[in-house]
Design a protein around this ligand. Structure first.
Ligand code: ADP
Ligand code: ZN
Ligand code: ZN
Length: 723
C-alpha cells in the first residue's frame, strides 16, 4: 500500500494520510475522493509516502483516485503552499479554493476537454446496408468516414442522440483532442505612436522578459498606461507566451477587455465571479493548455494554471478589491509577485495612485520605477478648486458657485460628473419631533433609506425592512430623510435641469444584467449630460466628454481612525478627478468641503498624488507604520463583547512575551457591532517579517488549545488593508 498525504478543504491546520492500493500511480496534485468522518470529501494529494514513521495500519484507504495526471501543476502547489504559510491559513482550504468549483466537486476533467469522434474498426468495416433503417445514423456514419469530427463540428449537423446510438453500438469512439496552444501572430500588432516616457516603459518591460523583475508604472490618469500594457504584450505574443492581466473589477470596466480583444488576433479570455462554473472551467483549461493567449481577470485569476506564462500585469495595483476580505485573506498583488518569481517572468504594476507599499519599493529600487508624469495626448491634468461650504446656503447639497459652474458646462454641451460616495436616497430616516433615527438593530449603523425599492437597508449586514410609518421613539408620523444619497441627488438634479439627461452609476442602478453597459454607452453619446455616482465612477473609465467633476462631500472621509484612510481618500479623489478632461476639452474638479484648510486636501490639490504619497510615506516612517513595519491583525467576533475582549487579552498576554512584537489593543473594531455580533481587534506590529511569522506560528499553537477559541469567531489577517 502507498501512503498519500492529502489536503482537504477543512479549517484544520493538520495533515490527513490515506492509503492507496499499489496498482495505482498517484502523483502530487491529483485529486482523490476520501472518507472523512461520515462524509466523503474531494482532496488533493500533497505528498507521497510522507516521511513521518508511524503505524499505518490505522489509515483508511481512499475511495478513488480521480485523476491520472495532476490537475494542479507543481508551480501552483508551490505558490499555494507559500500562501498558506504566509497568511497562516489551513493549506487544504487554500489548495482546494484554487480549483474551479467543478473540479472541487470531483467532476471528471475529461468530460470538459475538447473531444473528437471517429469510427472504430467495426465502424469502418460496417456494411452500409446495416444502418439503412436510420437515416440519421447513416448520415453520421458517412460523415465520419474520411476523418473524425470534432465535437463542435459534429454538434452543428448531428444530434447527441444519434451519436449516442453509434457509440452504444461500438461503431464510433470518443477521443480526447490534444489541446493546442494558440497560434502566435506573425508580427507584433501595431499601436499608437508612443510618447517618450511610454517608449521607455515598454522597453524596460521587454528587457525584463524571461526573468523575474518587478516594475511599477506610475502614470497619471490618462497617461496611456493601457497602451504601455498593449505594446509590451505585443512582442511577447509573437514568442508564443501567455499574459495574465489582473484588473480590480472586470464587470465595471468592460472597456479594458474590449481594448485587448480589439488589438490582438489571439484568443483573449476573461475570468471573473459572474462566469458560470462551466465557463470558469473552460477558461481554466484554455489557460492550462495554452489555447488562451491573454487572460484578463479579477484577483483569483492569479491561481490559474498557465502553459507558458511570460508576463503578469496588475492594473490599478492600489485597488482595495485586490485584497480578499474574508476567509483566505490574500493580497493578489503580493501573491502575483511571488508567482512571477516562481515563474521567472516580469510583473508590471500600474496605477495613477500607487499604494504606498509599491511606491516605497520603487523608491528604494526594489522595483524598477517607470513614471508617466503627463497625459498621453497632451491634455492638461484637471485643475482642482476648493468650494468652502461653511456659512453657505446649499441647494441639494450644492453651493451656489458649484451650481453655476455645472450649468455653464451643460450649456456648452459638456458632461458633468457628480461624485457622492453614498448610495440610496438618504443615509437614514429621522423623526422630526424627537430626532430618532432608523438604526440597524444588528449593527452599530443607521439604515439607508431606498426610495425606489421602498426599503430601509443596512449597508453593512444587508438586512432590509419596510419603511416604518411611525417613529420608534415617540410614535410621531413625521419621518423625513436625513442627508442625501445618489438616488436623491439624481432626483433633485432632474428637477433643476429638466431637459438634461442624467445617468446614475452605483450598485443599485447597475444591479440588472446589462444595465452597466447601457449606462456606459449613454455616457459615450455626445451632448450635455449629468453623471451621478459612487466610487464606481473612479474605476479607470475613459469618459472623454466630461469637463467638470464635482466631489459633493469629502468631509465624512477626512477623519477616520484607520491609518490608511488618508491614502485611500487621496487615491479616490485623484481617480475620480482623473475622469475629467480626458478628451479634447479641458477639465476642472470642484471639491466641496467644510474644511478647506485640511492639510490632506491642500496637499492633493496643490501638489498632486505623487507628492502627497511621498510625504505620507515619510509620515509612516516616523510613526513606524507599514511599509516600515509589518502588521498582522487578529479580530474576534461574538454575541458577547466580553468574550471577544477576554480572548484577545489572553492573546495579547501571550504576544507580549515576544520581544519582536509591538501590540495595539485589544480595542473595539471601528464598527463595533455587525450582524448582531460584537467585534474587537488586536494589532501586532513587527519590524522584521520573519520574526512576525515565527511569533504568529507560536500564537496559533496557543490559540488552538484554548477552549474559548471554539466559542468565538476569530480571524487572522496578515498585511490587512482594512482596520
Ligand atoms: P490610462 O490607462 O493611463 O488612464 P489610457 O491608456 O486609457 O490611460 O489612455 C488615455 C487616452 O490616451 C486614450 O484615449 C488613449 O487612446 C490615448 N493615448 C494613449 N497613448 C497615446 C499616445 N501615445 N498617443 C496618443 N494618444 C494616446
Ligand atoms: Zn446591519
Ligand atoms: Zn420621534
Amino acid at each position: 500500500m502507498i501512503v498519500v498525504r492529502v489536503a482537504l478543504p477543512v479549517p484544520l491546520r493538520q495533515h490527513f494520510d490515506y492509503l492507496i492500493s499499489p496498482g495505482y500511480t498517484p502523483q502530487p496534485g491529483c485529486r482523490v475522493l476520501v472518507p472523512f468522518g461520515n462524509r466523503k470529501l474531494v482532496g488533493l494529494i500533497w505528498q507521497l509516502s510522507p516521511p513521518d514513521s508511524y503505524d499505518t495500519s490505522k489509515l483508511k484507504p481512499v475511495i478513488s483516485l480521480l485523476d491520472n495526471a495532476p490537475v494542479l501543476p507543481v508551480l501552483l502547489c508551490q505558490l499555494l503552499s507559500f500562501a498558506a504559510d504566509y497568511y497562516h491559513h489551513p493549506l487544504g482550504e487554500v489548495l482546494i479554493s484554487a480549483l474551479p468549483a467543478l473540479l472541487r466537486e470531483g467532476r471528471n476533467l475529461n468530460d470538459y476537454q475538447p473531444k473528437a469522434y471517429c469510427l472504430t474498426d467495426a465502424g469502418k468495416q460496417l456494411n452500409p446496408s446495416a444502418l439503412k433503417r436510420s437515416q440519421k445514423q447513416h448520415a453520421l456514419w458517412q460523415a465520419l468516414q474520411a476523418n473524425g469530427l470534432s465535437e463542435s463540428v459534429l454538434r452543428q449537423q448531428h444530434s447527441r442522440t444519434t451519436l449516442k446510438q453509434l457509440l452504444d453500438k461500438d461503431l464510433v469512439e470518443e477521443q480526447l483532442v490534444p489541446a493546442s496552444p494558440f497560434t502566435p501572430p506573425a508580427a507584433p500588432a501595431s499601436g499608437l505612436r508612443l510618447t517618450n516616457n511610454q517608449a521607455l516603459a515598454v522597453a524596460a518591460v521587454v528587457q525584463a522578459f524571461g526573468r523575474f523583475e518587478r516594475l511599477l508604472l506610475e502614470g497619471v490618469t490618462g497617461s496611456g498606461k493601457t497602451e504601455v500594457y498593449l505594446q509590451s504584450i505585443a512582442s511577447l505574443l509573437c514568442q508564443r507566451q501567455q499574459v495574465l492581466v489582473i484588473v480590480p473589477e472586470i464587470g465595471l470596466t468592460p472597456q479594458t477587455l474590449a481594448r485587448f480583444q480589439a488589438r490582438f488576433d489571439v484568443p483573449v479570455l476573461c475570468w471573473h465571479s459572474a462566469l458560470s462554473d462551466s465557463e470558469r472551467l473552460h477558461c481554466w483549461l484554455q489557460a492550462s493548455s495554452g489555447a488562451a493567449a491573454i487572460i484578463v481577470g479579477t484577483r483569483s485569476a492569479l491561481f490559474l494554471p498557465f502553459w507558458r506564462l511570460g508576463l503578469i500585469i496588475i492594473d490599478e495595483e492600489h485597488d482595495q478589491s485586490l485584497k480578499q476580505q474574508d476567509g483566505f485573506r490574500y493580497h493578489a498583488r503580493d501573491l502575483a509577485i511571488k508567482r512571477a518569481a516562481l515563474q521567472h517572468c516580469p510583473i508590471l504594476l500600474g496605477s495613477a495612485t500607487p499604494s504606498l507599499e509599491s511606491l516605497h519599493n520603487a523608491l528604494t529600487k526594489r522595483f524598477i520605477h517607470l513614471p508617466l508624469p503627463d497625459r498621453a495626448a497632451g491634455q492638461a491634468l484637471p485643475t482642482f478648486e476648493l468650494v468652502n461650504l461653511k456659512q453657505q446656503v446649499l441647494q441639494f447639497g450644492l453651493a451656489s458657485q458649484t451650481l453655476a459652474k455645472v450649468k455653464h458646462q451643460l450649456t456648452l454641451g459638456h458632461q458633468v460628473m457628480l461624485f457622492l460616495n453614498r448610495r440610496g436616497f438618504a443615509p437614514a430616516l429621522s423623526c422630526q419631533e424627537c430626532g430618532w433615527l432608523t438604526e440597524c438593530h444588528r449593527c452599530s449603523a443607521f439604515t439607508t433609506y431606498h426610495k425606489q425599492s421602498r426599503q430601509l437597508v443596512c449597508h453593512h449586514c444587508g438586512a432590509s425592512k419596510a419603511i416604518p410609518r411611525q417613529c420608534g421613539g415617540c410614535g410621531s408620523t413625521q419621518l423625513k430623510p436625513l442627508g442625501q444619497g445618489t438616488e436623491q441627488l439624481e432626483e433633485n438634479l432632474q428637477r433643476l435641469f429638466t431637459n438634461i439627461a442624467i445617468t446614475r452609476l452605483d450598485r443599485d442602478s447597475t444591479r440588472r444584467k446589462g444595465a452597466l453597459n447601457e449606462a456606459l454607452e449613454d455616457i459615450h453619446q455626445p451632448g450635455a449630460r449629468l453623471i451621478v455616482g459612487t466610487q464606481m465612477l473612479a474605476k479607470g473609465h475613459h469618459f472623454p466628454n466630461v469637463s467638470l467633476v464635482v466631489i459633493v462631500d469629502v468631509d465624512a472621509a477626512l477623519y477616520s481612525s484607520d491609518f490608511r484612510a488618508p491614502e485611500q481618500l487621496a487615491q479616490l479623489l485623484t481617480q475620480v478627478a482623473g475622469r475629467a478632461g480626458r478628451g479634447s476639452i479641458g477639465g476642472n474638479v470642484l471639491l466641496q468641503t467644510q474644511y478647506p484648510d485640511h492639510t490632506l486636501l491642500q496637499d492633493i490639490i496643490q501638489n498632486g498624488y505623487a507628492s502627497f504619497a511621498r510625504s505620507a510615506l515619510s509620515e509612516r516612517k516616523q510613526t513606524r507604520l507599514p511599509p516600515y513595519q509589518h502588521l498582522a491583525l487578529f479580530s474576534a467576533e461574538a454575541h458577547q463583547s466580553e468574550q471577544c475582549q477576554q480572548w484577545l487579552q489572553q492573546l495579547a498576554d501571550c504576544a507580549s512575551q515576544h520581544p519582536a512584537l509591538q501590540l495595539l489593543g485589544p480595542i473595539p473594531a471601528p464598527m463595533e457591532r455587525r450582524a448582531g455580533k460584537y467585534r474587537w481587534q488586536l494589532q501586532l506590529y513587527s519590524p522584521a517579517r520573519s520574526n512576525m511569522h515565527l511569533a504568529l506560528d507560536a500564537l496559533l499553537q496557543h490559540i488552538s488549545s484554548w477552549p474559548l477559541s471554539r466559542r468565538i469567531k476569530w480571524q487572522l489577517d496578515v498585511d490587512p488593508t482594512d482596520l
